[in-house]
Write a protein that binds this ligand. Structure first.
Ligand SMILES: [Zn+2]
Length: 251
C-alpha cells in the first residue's frame, strides 16, 4: 500500500503540473497580444514625443516672429511719441507702448519655456526611429520566447499525460476511482499530508492510531474531517524529502 500511496502522491503532483501547463498554454495568445499592445503604446509615446518636438519648434518660430513684430511696433510707437501734437494722442501712444512692453514680457517667457522644452525633447525626438526599432526588436524577441514556450508546453503536456496514464495503470482501478472522486469533490486535491499530527489540507487533528496505520501503510486512511487520503509528509519521512526538490521546474 505504501507504494500505491507514493504513486498517488506523484499522480496528484502530475495533475497539478498538468493543470499549470495547460493554463499557461491557454494564456499564450493573451500574452502575445499583451506584448503587441505594449509595443503599440511605446511607439505612440515615442512618436508622440517627436510630434510634440516638431510642434514646439514651429511654435517657437511663430513666437520669435511675433516678438520681432512687437519690437518694431514698440520702436515706431516710441518715435511717434516725439511727434504727437496733443495730450489725447500722447496718452494713446503711451498706452500702446505699455501694452506692447507687457506683451514683450509675455512673449519672452513663452519663448524661454518653449526653448527649454525643446532642449529636453531634442535627444529623444532625434532618436525616435532608433528607439521605435529597438522596442520592436525587443517585442519580437519576447513574442518568439512566448511562442517557443507554447511549443515547449505542448511537449510537456504530452509527457505529463503519458506519465499520468502510466501511473494510473500501476494503481488498482478502484483506488484510482476513489482518488479521482475525492479530487473532483475537493477542488482537485485528493491527498493530504499529515503535518504535525494534523491534516495538511483541512488542519484538523489526525488520531494517533490513524497516523500509525498510515505509517504502516496498511490500507488507505482518510481524514475524518475533509475525507482526503492521508499520507506521511516528506518532512516526517526524511528518506523521501530529497526526491521532491529535484523535480520542480526552474520557472
Ligand atoms: Zn483533512
Amino acid at each position: 500500500m505504501k507504494e500505491i500511496i507514493e504513486r498517488l502522491v506523484r499522480l496528484q503532483e502530475i495533475g497539478f503540473e498538468l493543470r499549470a501547463a495547460e493554463e499557461e498554454r491557454r494564456r499564450g495568445p493573451e500574452a502575445l497580444a499583451a506584448v503587441d499592445r505594449a509595443f503599440e503604446t511605446q511607439r505612440e509615446e515615442i512618436g508622440g514625443e517627436r510630434l510634440r518636438y516638431e510642434a514646439l519648434v514651429q511654435e517657437l518660430h511663430r513666437l520669435r516672429e511675433e516678438r520681432e513684430r512687437t519690437r518694431r511696433r514698440l520702436e515706431l510707437a516710441q518715435q511717434k511719441l516725439m511727434q504727437v501734437s496733443n495730450q489725447r494722442e500722447y496718452s494713446a501712444v503711451l498706452n500702446e507702448i505699455d501694452s506692447g512692453k507687457a506683451h514683450m514680457i509675455e512673449l519672452e517667457q513663452a519663448i524661454e519655456t518653449r526653448e527649454s522644452e525643446i532642449e529636453e525633447l531634442k535627444g529623444p525626438a532625434a532618436e525616435a526611429d532608433e528607439r521605435i526599432a529597438a522596442a520592436r526588436e525587443q517585442a519580437e524577441a519576447e513574442k518568439r520566447r512566448i511562442e517557443q514556450r507554447i511549443e515547449e508546453l505542448a511537449g510537456v503536456i504530452e509527457e505529463l499525460q503519458r506519465q499520468q496514464q502510466e501511473l494510473r495503470s500501476a494503481i488498482p482501478p478502484a483506488v484510482v476511482a476513489r482518488f479521482e472522486a475525492i479530487a473532483r469533490a475537493r477542488g482537485g486535491v485528493a491527498l493530504a499530508a499529515i503535518v504535525n499530527d494534523a491534516c495538511g489540507e483541512c488542519r484538523m487533528r489526525v488520531r494517533p492510531q490513524v497516523i500509525n496505520l498510515v505509517r504502516r501503510g496498511a490500507e488507505i486512511q482518510i481524514c475524518d474531517s475533509c475525507r482526503r487520503i492521508l499520507y506521511i509528509a516528506p518532512d516526517e519521512a526524511p528518506a523521501e524529502a530529497g526526491k521532491r526538490g529535484a523535480e520542480t521546474s526552474g520557472d
